[in-house]
Design a protein around this ligand. Sequence first.
Ligand SMILES: [Fe+2]
Length: 323
Amino acid sequence: MRQGCADGDRDLERRETALSSLRQLRAGARRADPLRPARHGRDPAGAGHAGRILALEEGHFPYELSGELETLGCESYGGRLETAFTAHPKLCPETNELHFFGYGYLAPYLVYHALDAKGAFVHGAEIRVPGPTMMHDFMVTRDHAIFMDLPVTFNLEKAIKGEIPLGWDPDYGARIGILPRMGADADVRWFEIDPCYVFHPMNAYVDGNRVICDVGRHEYMWRESMNDFAPSYLHRWEFDLERGTSSMHDFGRSAQPGELVFAEASDSAGEDEGYALGFVYDKARDASDLVILDASGMAQAPIATIHMPRRVPYGFHGSWIRG
Ligand SMILES: [Fe+2]
Protein backbone atom coordinates (compact mmCIF):
# COMPACT_ATOMS: atom_id res chain seq x y z
CA MET A 1 0.00 0.00 0.00
CA ARG A 2 1.36 3.40 -0.93
CA GLN A 3 1.89 6.29 1.40
CA GLY A 4 -0.70 8.17 -0.64
CA CYS A 5 -3.42 5.84 0.61
CA ALA A 6 -2.89 6.93 4.17
CA ASP A 7 -2.93 10.56 3.04
CA GLY A 8 -6.07 9.88 1.06
CA ASP A 9 -7.75 8.37 4.09
CA ARG A 10 -6.83 11.43 6.17
CA ASP A 11 -8.32 13.64 3.50
CA LEU A 12 -11.50 11.62 3.53
CA GLU A 13 -11.57 11.80 7.34
CA ARG A 14 -11.24 15.61 7.16
CA ARG A 15 -14.15 15.80 4.77
CA GLU A 16 -16.17 13.36 6.82
CA THR A 17 -15.62 15.45 9.95
CA ALA A 18 -16.65 18.65 8.19
CA LEU A 19 -19.83 17.03 6.97
CA SER A 20 -20.77 14.96 9.99
CA SER A 21 -23.23 17.53 11.35
CA LEU A 22 -24.91 17.72 7.97
CA ARG A 23 -25.26 13.98 7.86
CA GLN A 24 -26.79 13.87 11.30
CA LEU A 25 -29.36 16.40 10.17
CA ARG A 26 -29.98 14.30 7.14
CA ALA A 27 -30.29 11.03 9.02
CA GLY A 28 -33.24 9.17 7.70
CA ALA A 29 -33.16 10.84 4.33
CA ARG A 30 -33.49 8.11 1.75
CA ARG A 31 -31.98 10.04 -1.12
CA ALA A 32 -28.35 9.37 -2.05
CA ASP A 33 -25.97 11.99 -0.68
CA PRO A 34 -23.93 13.61 -3.46
CA LEU A 35 -21.69 15.26 -0.88
CA ARG A 36 -20.57 12.00 0.62
CA PRO A 37 -17.06 11.16 -0.51
CA ALA A 38 -17.38 7.68 -1.95
CA ARG A 39 -14.28 5.59 -1.46
CA HIS A 40 -14.54 4.26 -4.98
CA GLY A 41 -15.47 6.43 -7.95
CA ARG A 42 -18.43 5.16 -9.89
CA ASP A 43 -17.52 6.57 -13.30
CA PRO A 44 -13.75 6.87 -13.42
CA ALA A 45 -11.73 8.28 -16.28
CA GLY A 46 -8.24 7.18 -17.15
CA ALA A 47 -5.04 9.03 -17.94
CA GLY A 48 -1.64 7.76 -18.99
CA HIS A 49 1.30 9.89 -17.87
CA ALA A 50 4.99 9.34 -17.18
CA GLY A 51 4.59 5.59 -17.63
CA ARG A 52 1.73 5.34 -15.17
CA ILE A 53 -1.99 4.72 -15.63
CA LEU A 54 -4.20 6.79 -13.34
CA ALA A 55 -7.88 6.14 -12.65
CA LEU A 56 -9.52 9.49 -11.95
CA GLU A 57 -12.82 10.63 -10.49
CA GLU A 58 -13.21 14.28 -9.73
CA GLY A 59 -14.04 13.93 -6.05
CA HIS A 60 -10.94 12.00 -4.98
CA PHE A 61 -7.26 11.35 -5.25
CA PRO A 62 -6.03 9.43 -8.30
CA TYR A 63 -5.61 5.67 -8.14
CA GLU A 64 -2.80 4.04 -10.07
CA LEU A 65 -3.52 0.93 -12.12
CA SER A 66 -1.13 -1.66 -13.48
CA GLY A 67 -1.04 -2.55 -17.17
CA GLU A 68 -3.34 -5.44 -16.24
CA LEU A 69 -5.72 -2.92 -14.62
CA GLU A 70 -5.01 -4.09 -11.09
CA THR A 71 -5.31 -1.36 -8.45
CA LEU A 72 -1.85 -0.43 -7.20
CA GLY A 73 -2.95 2.29 -4.78
CA CYS A 74 -3.92 5.92 -4.48
CA GLU A 75 -1.50 8.78 -4.89
CA SER A 76 -1.11 12.11 -3.08
CA TYR A 77 2.40 12.94 -4.33
CA GLY A 78 3.94 12.78 -0.91
CA GLY A 79 1.12 14.76 0.66
CA ARG A 80 1.46 17.73 -1.68
CA LEU A 81 -1.89 16.98 -3.29
CA GLU A 82 -4.50 18.14 -0.79
CA THR A 83 -7.49 18.40 -3.10
CA ALA A 84 -9.35 16.09 -5.41
CA PHE A 85 -7.90 15.43 -8.87
CA THR A 86 -10.08 16.23 -11.88
CA ALA A 87 -11.14 13.42 -14.20
CA HIS A 88 -10.00 15.64 -17.09
CA PRO A 89 -6.31 16.52 -16.76
CA LYS A 90 -4.58 17.94 -19.84
CA LEU A 91 -1.38 16.40 -21.21
CA CYS A 92 0.83 18.89 -23.06
CA PRO A 93 2.19 17.10 -26.15
CA GLU A 94 5.19 19.46 -26.28
CA THR A 95 6.36 19.42 -22.66
CA ASN A 96 4.63 16.22 -21.48
CA GLU A 97 3.49 18.14 -18.41
CA LEU A 98 0.15 17.04 -16.98
CA HIS A 99 -2.00 20.01 -15.92
CA PHE A 100 -4.97 19.41 -13.64
CA PHE A 101 -7.04 20.94 -10.87
CA GLY A 102 -9.20 20.07 -7.91
CA TYR A 103 -12.46 21.62 -6.83
CA GLY A 104 -14.46 21.17 -3.67
CA TYR A 105 -17.44 22.30 -1.65
CA LEU A 106 -15.13 23.36 1.18
CA ALA A 107 -12.42 26.00 0.73
CA PRO A 108 -10.17 26.12 -1.12
CA TYR A 109 -12.80 25.83 -3.81
CA LEU A 110 -10.34 25.61 -6.71
CA VAL A 111 -6.65 24.67 -6.85
CA TYR A 112 -4.55 24.47 -10.03
CA HIS A 113 -1.83 21.79 -10.20
CA ALA A 114 0.75 20.40 -12.60
CA LEU A 115 3.07 17.41 -12.85
CA ASP A 116 6.28 17.61 -14.83
CA ALA A 117 7.17 15.20 -17.63
CA LYS A 118 8.53 12.68 -15.12
CA GLY A 119 5.37 12.77 -13.05
CA ALA A 120 6.73 14.94 -10.23
CA PHE A 121 4.32 17.33 -8.52
CA VAL A 122 5.64 20.77 -9.49
CA HIS A 123 2.78 23.24 -9.13
CA GLY A 124 -0.11 23.94 -6.79
CA ALA A 125 -1.87 27.32 -6.63
CA GLU A 126 -5.25 28.23 -5.16
CA ILE A 127 -7.40 30.15 -7.62
CA ARG A 128 -9.88 32.30 -5.76
CA VAL A 129 -13.52 32.07 -6.87
CA PRO A 130 -16.57 33.50 -5.10
CA GLY A 131 -18.02 30.19 -4.00
CA PRO A 132 -18.15 26.42 -4.38
CA THR A 133 -19.08 25.49 -7.92
CA MET A 134 -19.07 22.16 -9.70
CA MET A 135 -16.15 22.55 -12.10
CA HIS A 136 -16.04 19.38 -14.16
CA ASP A 137 -13.37 20.21 -16.72
CA PHE A 138 -10.99 22.97 -17.84
CA MET A 139 -8.81 23.92 -20.80
CA VAL A 140 -5.20 24.59 -21.59
CA THR A 141 -3.52 26.17 -24.57
CA ARG A 142 0.19 26.26 -25.34
CA ASP A 143 0.38 29.29 -23.01
CA HIS A 144 -2.65 29.25 -20.71
CA ALA A 145 -4.81 27.42 -18.23
CA ILE A 146 -8.50 28.31 -18.49
CA PHE A 147 -11.08 27.79 -15.74
CA MET A 148 -14.87 27.94 -16.09
CA ASP A 149 -16.51 29.42 -12.99
CA LEU A 150 -20.15 28.68 -13.83
CA PRO A 151 -23.42 28.82 -11.89
CA VAL A 152 -23.88 25.23 -10.73
CA THR A 153 -23.13 25.65 -7.06
CA PHE A 154 -23.11 23.64 -3.86
CA ASN A 155 -25.72 24.84 -1.37
CA LEU A 156 -25.18 23.62 2.18
CA GLU A 157 -28.56 24.97 3.32
CA LYS A 158 -30.19 22.59 0.85
CA ALA A 159 -28.03 19.79 2.18
CA ILE A 160 -29.22 20.52 5.72
CA LYS A 161 -32.82 20.30 4.49
CA GLY A 162 -32.09 16.93 2.95
CA GLU A 163 -32.33 18.28 -0.59
CA ILE A 164 -29.90 17.74 -3.43
CA PRO A 165 -27.24 20.39 -2.69
CA LEU A 166 -26.14 20.93 -6.29
CA GLY A 167 -28.11 23.17 -8.60
CA TRP A 168 -28.50 26.09 -10.93
CA ASP A 169 -27.70 29.42 -9.24
CA PRO A 170 -28.12 32.27 -11.75
CA ASP A 171 -27.25 34.86 -9.11
CA TYR A 172 -23.74 33.43 -9.00
CA GLY A 173 -22.97 34.78 -12.48
CA ALA A 174 -20.56 33.16 -14.91
CA ARG A 175 -17.01 33.93 -15.86
CA ILE A 176 -13.95 32.48 -17.52
CA GLY A 177 -10.54 32.80 -15.88
CA ILE A 178 -7.41 32.75 -18.06
CA LEU A 179 -3.93 32.63 -16.58
CA PRO A 180 -0.46 31.63 -17.76
CA ARG A 181 0.38 27.96 -17.40
CA MET A 182 1.98 27.40 -13.98
CA GLY A 183 0.50 30.76 -12.95
CA ALA A 184 -1.13 31.83 -9.70
CA ASP A 185 -4.29 33.60 -8.58
CA ALA A 186 -2.84 37.08 -9.11
CA ASP A 187 -2.23 36.21 -12.78
CA VAL A 188 -5.85 35.36 -13.60
CA ARG A 189 -7.83 37.55 -15.99
CA TRP A 190 -11.54 37.04 -15.56
CA PHE A 191 -14.06 37.52 -18.38
CA GLU A 192 -17.79 37.77 -17.62
CA ILE A 193 -19.99 35.61 -19.87
CA ASP A 194 -23.70 34.82 -20.11
CA PRO A 195 -24.76 32.22 -17.53
CA CYS A 196 -24.51 28.67 -18.87
CA TYR A 197 -22.95 25.34 -18.00
CA VAL A 198 -20.18 23.39 -19.72
CA PHE A 199 -19.22 19.89 -18.77
CA HIS A 200 -16.70 19.41 -21.54
CA PRO A 201 -14.74 21.75 -23.76
CA MET A 202 -13.65 20.47 -27.16
CA ASN A 203 -10.56 22.59 -27.80
CA ALA A 204 -8.78 25.79 -26.86
CA TYR A 205 -5.95 27.59 -28.62
CA VAL A 206 -4.24 30.92 -29.09
CA ASP A 207 -4.66 33.06 -32.22
CA GLY A 208 -2.62 36.26 -31.87
CA ASN A 209 -3.99 38.15 -28.88
CA ARG A 210 -7.10 35.99 -28.79
CA VAL A 211 -7.82 32.81 -26.88
CA ILE A 212 -10.36 30.63 -28.68
CA CYS A 213 -12.44 28.12 -26.71
CA ASP A 214 -14.82 25.62 -28.35
CA VAL A 215 -17.13 24.01 -25.82
CA GLY A 216 -20.35 22.04 -25.44
CA ARG A 217 -22.61 24.66 -23.86
CA HIS A 218 -25.83 24.09 -21.93
CA GLU A 219 -28.11 27.12 -21.63
CA TYR A 220 -28.84 26.02 -18.06
CA MET A 221 -28.15 23.01 -15.87
CA TRP A 222 -30.12 21.37 -12.99
CA ARG A 223 -32.53 24.29 -12.64
CA GLU A 224 -35.59 22.79 -10.91
CA SER A 225 -34.16 19.29 -10.50
CA MET A 226 -31.26 17.22 -11.75
CA ASN A 227 -33.47 16.16 -14.68
CA ASP A 228 -34.01 19.80 -15.71
CA PHE A 229 -31.21 20.77 -18.07
CA ALA A 230 -30.89 22.20 -21.55
CA PRO A 231 -29.22 20.19 -24.34
CA SER A 232 -25.59 20.84 -25.16
CA TYR A 233 -24.57 22.59 -28.38
CA LEU A 234 -21.20 23.47 -29.80
CA HIS A 235 -20.27 27.00 -28.89
CA ARG A 236 -17.22 29.23 -29.39
CA TRP A 237 -15.91 31.89 -27.02
CA GLU A 238 -13.24 34.32 -28.16
CA PHE A 239 -11.33 36.28 -25.52
CA ASP A 240 -9.16 39.23 -26.58
CA LEU A 241 -6.41 39.41 -23.97
CA GLU A 242 -5.15 42.77 -25.24
CA ARG A 243 -8.52 44.53 -25.21
CA GLY A 244 -10.02 42.52 -22.37
CA THR A 245 -13.15 41.75 -24.41
CA SER A 246 -15.00 38.57 -25.31
CA SER A 247 -17.40 37.39 -28.00
CA MET A 248 -19.15 34.12 -28.83
CA HIS A 249 -20.19 31.99 -31.78
CA ASP A 250 -23.09 29.52 -31.86
CA PHE A 251 -22.36 26.47 -34.03
CA GLY A 252 -26.04 25.57 -34.41
CA ARG A 253 -28.45 23.18 -32.81
CA SER A 254 -27.85 19.93 -34.61
CA ALA A 255 -26.23 17.56 -32.13
CA GLN A 256 -26.03 16.69 -28.48
CA PRO A 257 -22.43 15.60 -28.08
CA GLY A 258 -20.70 14.27 -25.02
CA GLU A 259 -17.00 14.72 -24.47
CA LEU A 260 -14.64 14.13 -27.38
CA VAL A 261 -11.38 12.22 -27.00
CA PHE A 262 -8.40 12.96 -29.24
CA ALA A 263 -6.41 10.06 -30.73
CA GLU A 264 -3.22 11.18 -32.45
CA ALA A 265 -2.53 9.73 -35.91
CA SER A 266 1.05 8.74 -35.07
CA ASP A 267 3.89 9.42 -32.66
CA SER A 268 5.11 12.26 -34.89
CA ALA A 269 1.70 13.77 -35.59
CA GLY A 270 1.18 17.52 -35.44
CA GLU A 271 -1.13 19.12 -32.90
CA ASP A 272 -4.41 18.35 -34.69
CA GLU A 273 -3.31 15.37 -36.82
CA GLY A 274 -5.56 12.60 -35.62
CA TYR A 275 -9.10 11.77 -34.73
CA ALA A 276 -11.73 13.08 -32.36
CA LEU A 277 -13.96 10.33 -30.99
CA GLY A 278 -17.11 10.90 -29.04
CA PHE A 279 -20.63 9.73 -28.31
CA VAL A 280 -23.43 11.85 -29.79
CA TYR A 281 -26.97 11.29 -28.60
CA ASP A 282 -29.56 11.02 -31.39
CA LYS A 283 -32.82 12.01 -29.78
CA ALA A 284 -34.92 10.77 -32.70
CA ARG A 285 -33.45 7.27 -32.40
CA ASP A 286 -33.12 7.45 -28.62
CA ALA A 287 -29.68 5.92 -29.05
CA SER A 288 -26.12 7.12 -29.37
CA ASP A 289 -23.56 7.10 -32.16
CA LEU A 290 -19.81 6.82 -31.73
CA VAL A 291 -18.68 9.53 -34.13
CA ILE A 292 -15.10 9.67 -35.44
CA LEU A 293 -14.04 13.04 -36.84
CA ASP A 294 -10.90 14.24 -38.55
CA ALA A 295 -9.47 16.49 -35.84
CA SER A 296 -7.89 18.79 -38.42
CA GLY A 297 -11.25 19.31 -40.16
CA MET A 298 -13.91 19.18 -37.50
CA ALA A 299 -16.51 20.85 -39.72
CA GLN A 300 -16.30 18.03 -42.28
CA ALA A 301 -18.56 14.99 -42.32
CA PRO A 302 -17.49 12.26 -39.90
CA ILE A 303 -14.95 9.71 -41.06
CA ALA A 304 -17.15 7.06 -39.48
CA THR A 305 -20.34 6.86 -37.46
CA ILE A 306 -20.94 3.71 -35.45
CA HIS A 307 -24.57 3.34 -34.42
CA MET A 308 -24.84 2.02 -30.90
CA PRO A 309 -27.86 -0.21 -30.18
CA ARG A 310 -28.88 1.99 -27.27
CA ARG A 311 -28.20 5.28 -25.55
CA VAL A 312 -24.86 5.85 -23.87
CA PRO A 313 -25.58 7.97 -20.77
CA TYR A 314 -24.24 11.49 -20.58
CA GLY A 315 -21.11 11.54 -18.48
CA PHE A 316 -19.69 8.24 -19.76
CA HIS A 317 -15.95 8.74 -20.04
CA GLY A 318 -13.33 7.38 -22.36
CA SER A 319 -9.61 7.84 -22.82
CA TRP A 320 -7.18 7.08 -25.62
CA ILE A 321 -3.86 5.65 -24.42
CA ARG A 322 -1.39 4.59 -27.08
CA GLY A 323 -0.27 1.01 -26.67
FE1 LIG B 1 -16.36 14.25 -18.02
